[in-house]
Design a protein around this ligand. Structure first.
Ligand SMILES: Cc1cc2nc3c(=O)[nH]c(=O)nc-3n(C[C@H](O)[C@H](O)[C@H](O)COP(=O)(O)OP(=O)(O)OC[C@H]3O[C@@H](n4cnc5c(N)ncnc54)[C@H](O)[C@@H]3O)c2cc1C
Length: 424
């Protein structure tokens, strides 16, 4: 049996970051990755001249040293910094995102309803869920016209299942003063008011994380199947490995399965996202980088326009469809037909001809963040840590976060477990 100090499970952003920041000889760590390539959800597809991610992946760095670390390892790669333009298609009108700050752009009757209900909202009550939160903060009309239908389409669940703060810093909060001020002075600033994107797609950030790592320390096509917690032995589809620490970025519930620990199916729920990447022969609208679609008759909740990032000549879209975890995806070709028909209904596709497409299912995509599940994850992580097991990353931590958060979390763990290796 092989012995390794740090067995890293998953070659996504989290696993690769840990290997970059753990200050030890490469012989002391090993990454096993189920797929035959690295990157996890941060992968890119190159097809017929189009560059597509596993759904649009755009980047907002809050730690300059992390951004620099990545850039230093992407020589020759063009990385654009873009001022975001995001719209909402509402009943045949386009308004700026976020909805709650741009109700003055709605048709008059909708605007009056939103303003009336915002003013007379009942905010003096206990908030128990995301659904309560949107009603209490913004009133009935804003909730019912956008926040509820959009988020139900995205999360594919009743919104009273989610914690009030389920989206953390990613939810665009605004108080009544912000909303009214926005009527005359547009300020739609948000966590991602600008974003960066590499010409070669999101995978370029993964390539940056691979830059310093010896290839032979990453074993592709090898998946974790079982863990003996007390003996510190991991069984994969190929071998048994004795580890000092097991650093896992696989979904928490899959780690529990491997460890033979039960988890409550009523507590741990998530959505899956069916992504279509679509390449057309000519260009469409030139304003937005992405658009939100609250209309329940349209099958997708968001559409993104890669061609408006680098101003290329052919419309290149990503489409996101939220499905519940137990829903059977069915026939992808049927979905594609529906997507194309809905794109025509919305006026996004007119004369353009589809010339290339690709689809991928992200499962899990957005975990349903609820306090019961969060508490369970925190307790289990604390219990497993003395046994050398660390569950982290977006799915290992059962959370909502961006890739920079994954890099920071992995770096912090590497620094906790060993000497600090500087980020440079
Ligand atoms: C729809 C969507 C849009 C997003 N958009 C953005 C964005 O615009 N900007 C941004 O910063 N972030 C975005 N994110 C978040 C980003 O994708 C994640 O934060 C990040 O990719 C998570 O990296 P990770 O390494 O923690 O997990 P993953 O990418 O899931 O990596 C885990 C790895 O573990 C492997 N694995 C799984 N099971 C096993 C096993 N049993 N054995 C071995 N290996 C296994 C998987 O194959 C995978 O490679 C988005 C996420 C989604 C779902």
């Amino acid at each position: 049996m092989e012995d390794i100090e740090y067995l890293v499970v998953g070659a996504g952003v989290t696993g690769l970051s840990f290997a970059n920041f753990v200050d030890t000889a490469p012989d002391n760590w090993l990454i096993i990755e189920r797929e035959n390539e690295p990157g996890g959800y941060c992968r890119t597809v190159l097809q017929d001249g189009f560059v597509w991610d596993y759904s649009g992946h755009f980047f907002h760095f809050r730690h300059p040293e992390i951004e620099q670390f990545l850039k230093d390892r992407m020589p020759g790669q063009r990385v654009e910094t873009i001022q975001k333009s995001a719209g909402i298609l509402y009943n045949g009108h386009r308004i700026d995102f976020p909805f709650q700050k741009n109700i003055h752009q709605l048709p008059k009757q909708d605007f009056l309803e939103c303003l009336h209900d915002l003013y007379f909202r009942n905010s003096d009550r206990t908030i128990e869920s995301f659904l309560d939160m949107v009603h209490a903060r913004f009133g009935r009309a804003i909730a019912e016209k956008f926040l509820v239908p959009y988020n139900e389409k995205l999360y594919a669940c009743d919104l009273d299942r989610l914690d009030a703060d389920a989206m953390g810093r990613f939810f665009p909060h605004a108080d009544i003063g912000d909303i009214i001020r926005n009527f005359t002075q547009a300020d739609n600033s948000s966590y991602n008011a600008t974003f960066t994107y590499p010409a070669g797609g999101a995978i370029q950030y993964v390539n940056a994380l691979l830059h310093d790592l010896p290839d032979d320390r990453i074993c592709y096509g090898e998946s974790l199947q079982h863990i003996d917690i007390d003996a510190r032995i991991a069984t994969t589809n190929r071998r048994r490995i004795r580890y000092g620490h097991l650093v896992s970025s696989i979904p928490y519930v899959h780690l529990m399965d491997a460890a033979g620990r039960p988890w409550d199916k009523t507590q741990f729920t998530w959505n899956k996202v069916l992504v279509f990447n679509l390449g057309f022969d000519s260009k469409g609208q030139t304003v937005d980088h992405w658009q939100y679609i609250p209309d329940r008759d349209i099958c997708f909740y968001r559409v993104g326009f890669y061609d408006n990032i680098f101003d290329t000549e052919r419309m290149s879209l990503y489409i996101e469809i939220g499905l519940s975890s137990d829903e059977n995806v069915g026939d992808t070709n049927q979905w594609l037909k529906q997507v194309l028909s809905d794109l025509k209904t919305l006026g996004i596709v007119n004369q353009q001809q589809l010339i290339s497409w690709h689809s991928v299912l992200l499962d899990p995509a957005y975990v349903h963040i609820a306090s019961t599940a969060r508490t369970r994850v925190d307790t289990t992580r604390a219990e497993l840590q003395p046994h050398g097991i660390h569950s982290l990353g977006r799915y290992g931590g059962w959370t909502y976060c961006a890739i920079e958060d994954n890099i920071v979390e992995a770096r912090d763990l590497a620094h906790t477990l060993g000497p600090k290796k500087p980020t440079r």
